[in-house]
Design a protein around this ligand. Structure first.
Ligand SMILES: [Zn+2]
Length: 467
């Protein structure tokens, strides 16, 4: 399961000298941060992380939910990974347990329709919903429990994504993927032995999701510099202040070492909390996630499997980093705007209709795009503003962003994909996706900056995209 990495002998600059004790002390910092911020959550009452944590599930459920029938929600894979053991612990403690099992194949789709069906099941009895699993399963149960008016418990089976603690569920509604506001779990119980037994590619996905916060921070810096969305004093340090620490030991995560997995999972949990405190996914999601969401809306498959969220974000992250590398070389302070590059809302509508086929996606993309569209007079003001702030903005971006080569090395060491073809995306598909990504969210990112300056085509042909 944990095959040796071909580059295992090499070490990254930052982590080469990190000793076991140093990993331990960075973990302590992270554990303390979690202990400080979980009580500030409106919904999460406890995050319990330990080896063999599953043994504590009955006691923790009793403490937070009382004695009632439990519904374990899993798919066939996560049932073997932790569901069966959870059932056994609960039954030993006298809990009555029902199970709601999705097949492993086809994998459950993150749609609002599936979540509504599950919600009806949760309403029918006084059940405690306990999801054993990650990504899609957690998103489905989070939405279903919220709609049924129930608190729920999450038992992750892999450190594979950032949505465990977030107050949003990313589900498709008539084909359009959108974050629905709903409450995070009341209890998150993380058994490090279960995480360590998961295939290393799954923690690689979580690592990819976390690495995406590097360019996402860049996007927020741009929006802050242009006065569009100010950086938040709580959410920013919660994600960005600890990011390098959480990303520092990809080899250990790949080998399933509990301490490294713990730092990854805490990094993911802190971004979830930051999203809850800020009230949107801005602290954790920018162009990297917009790119990933396009592939998720396409239900993009590779080798007969849906490509995971974290794998899509890893490529979204490196694509965005390539655009940043290109942008940082441009002397925008002397930029001469070419008026013929201006796009009216009508031009954008034509482009949206070419890029998206489903009418509902077109409708939603038009709404999102209208919210950030600038009229021709406004665009010139924006360009002047950008030219003025550029020297300072470039410095802020340079200070914030990790070098792309380093990020690529770290991702590879974590067993995350670093080239689009590794997830079945061709060059043409990647470029089409990057063009489409800015239309699905009103959130301002590097893609909007490139589009508004008329530089997107040039950037796409010259940037070193992860092909
Ligand atoms: Zn994510």
């Amino acid at each position: 399961m944990h095959s040796p990495h071909p580059d295992q002998g090499k070490k990254s600059i930052n982590q080469a000298d990190l000793t076991h004790n140093e990993h331990k002390s960075s973990n302590q910092v992270l554990v303390q941060l979690l202990a400080e911020f979980v009580p500030k959550s409106q919904t999460i009452r406890e995050v319990f992380i330990e080896s063999s944590a599953l043994k504590n599930l009955p006691e923790k459920l009793m403490h937070h939910f009382g004695q009632s029938k439990v519904m374990l929600i899993a798919d066939e894979n996560t049932w073997s990974a932790g569901g069966l053991a959870a059932q056994s612990e609960l039954q030993k403690a006298g809990y009555e347990v029902e199970k709601y099992l999705f097949p492993a194949n086809p994998q459950p789709r993150p749609t609002i329709e599936t979540a509504r069906t599950l919600s009806d099941e949760l309403r029918s009895d006084n059940l405690i919903p306990v999801v054993v699993g990650t990504g899609v399963l957690n998103d489905l149960v989070k939405f279903a429990a919220f709609k049924a008016g129930r608190s729920y418990c999450c038992v992750p089976t892999a450190a594979s994504m950032d949505g465990y603690a977030s107050a949003g569920s990313v589900l498709s509604d008539q084909g359009f993927k959108i974050t629905h506001n709903c409450a995070p779990p009341k209890l998150i119980l993380i058994d490090l032995d279960i995480l360590a037994a998961a295939p290393s590619e799954m923690s690689g996905w979580g690592y990819g999701d976390l690495a995406g916060k590097v360019p996402a921070g860049g996007d927020w810096i741009i929006a802050d510099s242009l006065g569009l969305e100010n950086i938040d004093k709580i959410a920013w340090p919660l994600v960005q202040g600890n990011l390098r620490m959480c990303l520092e030991n990809p080899e250990g995560m790949r080998r399933g070492e509990p301490e490294s997995l713990q730092s990854l999972v805490i990094g993911l949990l802190l971004t979830g909390l930051a999203m809850e405190f800020f009230g949107s996914s801005r602290p954790a999601s920018g162009a990297d996630h917009q790119i990933a969401h396009i592939w998720e809306m396409e239900h993009h498959q590779f080798n007969g499997q849906l490509v995971s969220h974290g794998a899509c974000v890893a490529i979204g992250c490196l694509s965005t980093m390539a655009l940043y590398d290109w942008l940082l070389q441009q002397p925008l302070e002397q930029f001469a705007y070419n008026k013929s590059n201006y796009k009216t809302m009508g031009d954008k509508e034509i482009e949206i209709k070419c890029l998206f086929r489903q009418p509902e996606i077109v409708r939603r993309a038009l709404l999102e795009t209208e919210r950030k569209h600038l009229e021709s007079g406004q665009i010139e003001e924006r360009i002047d503003q950008l030219k003025n702030v550029w020297p300072k903005l470039r410095n802020r971006l340079q200070n914030h962003l990790l070098p792309t080569t380093k990020l690529k090395y770290l991702l590879e060491a974590a067993n995350a994909p670093i080239r689009a073809h590794q997830i079945g995306i061709s060059e043409e598909h990647l470029k089409r996706t990057i063009r489409a990504a800015r239309f699905i969210r009103s959130r301002y990112t590097i893609l909007d900056l490139l589009d508004q300056t008329g530089l997107l085509d040039k950037a796409l042909s010259e940037a070193q995209l992860p092909l």
